[in-house]
Design a protein. Structure first.
Length: 460
């Protein structure tokens, strides 16, 4: 059945009048104190905090497309304040106390982003709410209970509640919901509004953003582009899911695909049946999980992995996704909300998110080369990128702070395998996830061992 629009970067741009025009490109060679590659959340937050800390710094941002073209303008709008998948992996190279400090710092990004948007007059449809994770079969319920116990065992800066089946359905009427966990202290955002507002703020502070400027190489002291060379002692690589497109970085972070669909606005009678009055972020406990939000104008935005990875670390063309992915997301929507069958799908799109080999987010600065980086957000970049910007600001300015001591700083892991091994690994992982989900939906009472094998296969 397809969708009304497929691609055009994302629905979030259609929601604000369409894809923006381009700013001017780099006008030739120039010198700077700091050159930031990439005008998404990471690069823009870094520029923002640096400019606030030292207005005399000469900062330049170069961007291949336009500010917010990548995941920053295409994500699911979850300002969750979470940092990734494995406390234990960070703890292996630090301590429990350090991981708790990191989790609290990440949780604090929600208040920080809200405070900046209010101070700078950025309207991003932000609604403070909760994050509801639901279980729809016995195996998912088992994982949800383990998730709740694990979360409650950490001093993580957020509160969490257990909801029984009735409480879950009264909050959001998910079909066959057997239980839920509500994590408080999160927010819903309109991603494109946030990134475009942040870009305008940074520009207003005097930081030029040069668009239509493709970077061809990054080396000590210089950023080579198709429009000229920027020479700077500090360079920040803020390219997230597009990092593999830079020479010498193809195997550093894997560009994992994620896709979304958006329905037409739901009639009020249907919202009365579904609930969702608190605009909670919504996800499930399936292995091939989904993520969703209720938008400002009363649509459902539903996301998931679809076709997870393109051979050779290729990326999409302006957000266009596969017909099979659209149908998979439609099936998830109908499974969770059967009453939405017959609703029009107005828009579908996809984007890429950066995944390190150990699936752990990182930020850092190599003092020898002057090259810094942040990313590998594994889908949690709306909040993580803000902490990245503040952390990189401290690192660039040589500050010894609580942020620069967090265990994700200067973390390094091995590269992904060459092709075709990484393509086979990632596709095998998600195929195993789908089989595991099917078996659990058919009545398997415990988590499928196939999913555990899939995790070991790729280090997830």
């Amino acid at each position: 059945m397809g969708a009304g629009v497929n691609g055009a970067v994302s629905f979030w741009y259609a929601d604000i009048g369409g894809v923006p025009g381009y700013r001017a490109p780099l006008p030739g060679d120039r010198d700077a104190d700091v050159c930031i590659v990439g005008a998404g959340y990471t690069g823009l937050w870094t520029a923002y905090y640096l400019r606030k800390a030292d207005p005399a710094l000469r900062i330049v941002i170069v961007e291949k497309e336009f500010a917010g073209y990548g995941a920053s303008g295409r994500n699911g709008g979850w300002l969750s304040g979470d940092f990734g998948w494995s406390r234990e992996r960070y703890m292996a190279t630090s301590s429990r106390g350090a991981v708790i400090a990191m989790e609290k710092a990440m949780a604090g990004t929600v208040n920080e982003v809200v405070a900046v948007t209010e101070a700078e007059g950025i309207d991003a449809d932000i609604v403070r709410t909760g994050n509801l994770q639901v279980a729809t079969n016995k195996a998912q319920l088992e994982r949800l209970e383990a998730y709740y116990r694990n979360f409650a065992a950490w001093e993580n800066g957020k509160s969490v509640d257990w909801l029984d089946a009735g409480e879950t359905r009264r909050t959001v009427n998910v079909h066959n919901a057997m239980g839920g966990v509500m994590k408080h202290g999160v927010a819903r955002v309109q991603p494109a509004k946030l990134v475009r507002g942040l870009a305008a703020t940074v520009e207003r502070l005097g930081v030029p953003i040069y668009e239509q400027t493709a970077v061809t190489a990054i080396s000590k002291g210089r950023v080579d582009t198709a429009r000229g060379t920027v020479r700077a002692p500090i360079i920040i690589r803020a390219t997230e899911g597009f990092t593999a497109g830079i020479a010498g970085h193809r195997r550093l972070w894997l560009p994992l695909n994620s896709a979304l669909i958006v329905t037409e606005p739901l009639p009020e009678a249907l919202w009365q049946e579904i609930g969702w009055q608190g605009r909670e972020l919504l996800g499930d406990m399936a292995h091939a999980y989904c993520y969703a939000q209720r938008t400002r104008e009363g649509r459902i935005a539903m996301g998931g992995r679809g076709v997870p990875y393109r051979f050779g670390s290729r990326t999409d063309v302006r957000g266009q996704t596969q017909a099979a992915t659209i149908e998979q997301l439609r099936a998830i929507l109908y499974k969770l909300f059967p009453q939405t069958k017959g609703l029009r799908i107005d828009h579908a799109w996809c984007g890429t998110l950066g995944v390190p080999r150990d699936w752990c987010t990182t930020a850092g600065l190599d003092r020898e080369t002057g090259i810094g980086w942040a990313g590998g957000y594994v889908g949690l970049g709306v909040g993580s990128s803000n902490l990245s910007g503040r952390t990189l600001c401290d690192l660039v300015l040589g500050r010894d702070t609580e942020l620069t001591a967090l265990p994700w700083v200067n973390r390094s892991v091995r590269k992904w395998e060459p092709e075709p091994l990484r393509w086979l690994g990632v596709h095998s992982m998600y195929q195993l996830y789908r089989i595991a989900d099917e078996r659990e939906a058919a009545g398997l009472p415990h988590s499928s061992r196939l999913a555990a094998f899939a995790d070991r296969l790729t280090g997830h």
